[in-house]
Each structure stands twice: as structure tokens, then as C-alpha cells.
Write a protein that binds this ligand. Structure first.
Ligand SMILES: Cc1cc2nc3c(=O)[nH]c(=O)nc-3n(C[C@H](O)[C@H](O)[C@H](O)COP(=O)(O)O)c2cc1C
Length: 266
């Protein structure tokens, strides 16, 4: 079957899922449609309708072995009318657990024909140069690998007469997942004197948890601990305080140093 375009869709507070999705989409070798960046709250407020002549490439980060809970509503409104789809979980070198099966099933339930799934490794949200976990991933090799997945999916589609929801890539994981999706409500961000109140942190926050007038005022109930504000602060003025996130950073650094490799599922 022929597709006329590929549609990149991602939620990506610290940019790793976006990089992987864009590389896969590039590799397909057809026109790349305007990306749908679900990191932006106003984009999540709009539903997406896709058709059978396009390929959907959707990637999200793994949060505690699940897909981020805040995507549930958007996924429930997706109308993927017999659209071939590639589902991608990007994880911080620990484990992707039930995230990929959850994403695959959500897309299939909305009409997508999930012809391929993949798990890629991204720098852990809690990583920093002093206590790194998967620092710098996806690297050049990961992105070349992701491009080759795009080419592979194109070849497979070319060889198929058409797709249906029965074309569902087999992936590991439990569905429904017994794991909780509730994230920590934790006051974990320190803001130092380097902050110039430029407001960028409030802009990049996917959930509007930071006061644009006072970047040190953070709504811990809204905050999803994604660390976008810390990693994107141009002054490097935001850091992780001692507490559960710092403890997780240390644990990850101690236990998940061995680099994992991307996996494909058809
Ligand atoms: C709240 C939270 C939970 C996470 N849980 C996991 C996990 O269970 N397994 C894992 O390997 N990485 C986990 N990560 C790391 C992210 O999946 C990883 O860093 C990903 O590359 C971030 O994607 P992004 O750059 O698109 O935001 C977690 C990150 C956060 C913020």
C-alpha cells in the first residue's frame, strides 16, 4: 500500500521522544506533515483525525512503566481512521514495562493499524552530568537506528495490500497495567540567584505549573516532575533539591549505567 505522508506526534518535555519520532518519520522517505507536539497544553486540547493514506508515528516518554497519564484524554479523542501507525516508548535506560502495550492498545482502539512498535532510550529526565543516566541519548547511533526503522516500515507497507486493526505488533507488557499512574506531588526544584525571571521555564512547562511572573512559584500538584524547566533553563538556575527525586537520580545512576539498546516489534 502507498502512503502519501507521515505525521509525527509526540509528548516530549525534555526533547528525547521528539528526536526519536522525528528521526523515524524522516526515515520513511515521504512528505513529513506538520508535527503534533502534545507537550503544549493547547495542542492537547485539539483532537487529531488521520486517514488511511498517512502514517502516524507517535512517541511518548515512559513514566513509572506507563505512558504519561495526562495523555489519556487526548488519546481517547484520537480518530485514526484505519491509519497505519508506529508506536514508540522512549525510556531512561531503566525499563519500559507496560508503556508500549498501553500506547499500542490506545492507538488501536481509536482505529489505528499498529504495524510496528519500538522502544528507544532517552536521557533520563532525572539525569545530570554529575550523576548521569543515559546522558546524551538518543545519540547519533540511536537516531540512525530510528531512521532505519522508518525505512523498514515503509518497505513493509509497500509489500502490504492494505492494513487493518488486526495488524497489531506483538509487544511485551501487562494490559491493563497494574502499575499506578499517579506521579509524586513533590516540591523538588531549587531556583538560585542566577534566575533572571525570563519566563522560559513557565513556557516550556507542559502543565502550566510555574508562575510566569515568579519562576520559583511551582504548583506541586500540577507538576509532573518532567524536569523540562530544569533542563531548559538558559541560566542553569534550576536544580534538584535533596529528596525523592535526588534519591531516584542517585539510584538510577548506581543501577542503570549499562546502556540498553533500541528494540523493534512487528
Ligand atoms: C516521572 C518520571 C517517571 C519516569 N519513569 C521511567 C521509567 O519507569 N523507566 C525509565 O526507564 N525511564 C523513566 N523515566 C525517564 C524518561 O522516560 C526518559 O528520560 C525519557 O527519555 C524522557 O522523554 P522526553 O525527553 O521526551 O521528555 C521517567 C521520567 C519521569 C519524569
Amino acid at each position: 500500500m502507498q502512503i502519501s505522508s507521515v505525521r509525527p506526534v509526540f509528548f516530549s518535555p525534555t526533547g528525547t521522544s521528539e528526536a526519536v519520532v522525528r528521526a523515524i518519520a524522516d526515515g520513511v522517505g515521504v512528505t513529513v506533515a506538520e508535527p503534533v507536539d502534545l507537550t503544549r497544553p493547547e495542542v492537547r486540547a485539539q483532537s487529531l483525525r488521520t486517514g488511511p493514506d498517512e502514517l502516524l508515528v507517535i512517541g511518548v516518554p515512559v513514566y513509572m512503566g506507563r505512558i504519561p497519564e495526562l495523555l489519556g484524554e487526548w488519546l481517547a479523542g484520537l480518530a485514526a481512521d484505519n491509519t497505519p501507525a508506529v508506536c514508540v516508548a522512549v525510556y531512561g535506560n531503566r525499563a519500559f514495562e507496560d508503556s508500549l502495550i498501553e500506547l499500542r492498545n490506545a492507538v488501536a482502539e481509536r482505529g489505528g493499524a499498529v504495524v510496528a512498535c519500538a522502544a528507544y532510550i532517552g536521557e533520563h529526565s532525572f539525569s545530570d552530568p554529575a550523576l548521569p543516566t543515559a546522558q546524551g541519548r538518543p545519540d547519533a547511533d540511536d537516531l540512525a537506528h530510528a531512521q532505519s526503522l522508518g525505512r523498514k516500515v515503509r518497505e513493509r507497507l509497500d509489500a502490504m495490500a492494505g492494513v487493518s486493526a488486526a495488524d497489531m505488533a506483538a509487544v511485551p507488557g501487562d494490559y491493563p497495567s497494574p502499575k499506578p499512574t499517579k506521579l509524586w506531588d513533590v516540591d523538588f526544584i531549587a531556583v538560585d540567584d542566577g534566575c533572571v525571571q525570563c519566563g522560559l521555564c513557565a513556557e516550556v512547562c507542559p502543565v502550566g505549573a510555574i508562575d510566569p511572573e515568579d519562576s520559583a512559584r511551582i504548583d506541586v500538584e500540577k507538576c509532573i516532575t518532567c524536569c523540562a524547566c530544569i533542563k531548559r533553563c538558559p541560566q542553569g538556575a534550576r536544580s534538584v533539591k535533596p529528596g525523592p527525586v535526588m534519591d531516584a537520580r542517585k539510584r538510577l545512576n548506581a543501577n542503570f549505567g549499562e546502556p540498553k539498546q533500541p528494540e523493534w516489534f512487528f
